[in-house]
Design a protein around this ligand. Sequence first.
Ligand SMILES: Nc1ncnc2c1ncn2[C@@H]1O[C@H](COP(=O)(O)OP(=O)(O)O)[C@@H](O)[C@H]1O
Ligand SMILES: [Mg+2]
Length: 326
Amino acid sequence: MTLLALEDVACHFTTPAGVVRAVDGITLKIDPGETLALVGESGCGKSTLAWLILGLHPLTRGRISFKGQDISRLRGRGAKGFRARVQAVFQDPYSSLNPRLKVRTILAEPLLAHGAARRGVAAKINRALSLVGLPEMSADLYPHEFSGGQRQRIAIARALILEPDLVVLDEPISALDVSIRAQMLNLLQDLQGELGLAYLLIAHDLALVEHAARRVAVMYLGEIVEDGRTEALFDRPQHPYTQALLAAVPRPDPAHPRATGQIHGEVATALAPPSGCRFHPRCPKCMDVCTKTAPETTIVATEHQARCHLLDSRHVPGTRRGTIVG
Ligand SMILES: Nc1ncnc2c1ncn2[C@@H]1O[C@H](COP(=O)(O)OP(=O)(O)O)[C@@H](O)[C@H]1O
Ligand SMILES: [Mg+2]
């Protein structure tokens, strides 16, 4: 059974400057035990989507269901039960841990809030610390006594302590020192194997997710422009935005040469998204239709789809579908 399903999910913020369409019609699903990566530039709505899944923002439109149950309608015990099943690790381990609390209290909080018996708490804290590779004595220290990487391990321990089914990882390594990023990703993968967790792994560059995710969804200005199995998306990217993101990933593998794609300019703002295809002002393959009409989703292969007019054969006589010619 599908673990998490989003159907046409939107979140618009009303601000003094106007309506920000941070998330604008997203459909995706995550199966038990799998990693879906969500990739896109800063400001495209990734964290807003994470907050929607965690129930921290109201939905403007659409539906989110967990194990088949509509979570936006859950109240009281049902809502609390769901919140225990879905946990999160955020980007900055410095601001996500309360500096005034010892690690023991930080880890006990979710257990006690969800009605765990006090007797079992110490053992659960020790197990969570050992899972993330920290010694038991860490429980008696404060967050500032740890390095950034160790703090992120504490944040992961806190996310795991209620034995969730899904962990939303919102750029979990981008604030960490480059030298420890790989080891943190490995830890997350080991934990996934050991505990059968599903991950939504949010990242702003594709390089990070190639070996960590089974499927990848590429996000641009509140929408998913392409999603597919990781290998298919890396080998046969269909959307010019995916192609451009991939061109920025160094990959010294002659068997898989990169398509070259140039994108210019800054990501537009979700306050006034461009007409037609939202990517058109930056797209090296922009056609007349792209400025006027939003593209439909085209299924290009099993579990691989993209939203681009290039995939609509009526508009590309004689060219290979979706390929950027350097
Ligand atoms: N609470 C909010 N109120 C108004 N605008 C917001 C709010 N949260 C996020 N935004 C805007 O929504 C867009 C998406 O932001 P965010 O989800 O943080 O993107 P990302 O995580 O991909 O960098 C941005 O334009 C951001 O300024
Ligand atoms: Mg973010």
